[in-house]
Design a protein around this ligand. Sequence first.
Ligand SMILES: [Zn+2]
Length: 63
Amino acid sequence: MTLDPLLREILVCPTEHHARLEYDETASELLCTECDRAYAVDPDGIPNMLIDDARRRGSASAS
Ligand SMILES: [Zn+2]
């Protein structure tokens, strides 16, 4: 699944730092380099930008 290049340009992390996101095409996730959150992109190419739904990378346990 490819993400709309325009979306890729404008999407930033919804947390307070608003860091740019990197798209991981293999995992269909948008990765924030600032807070290590991963936002899932659904099969229609719509990213889920809800902070509560974001996967935390780095730490295996959700604490
Ligand atoms: Zn972030």
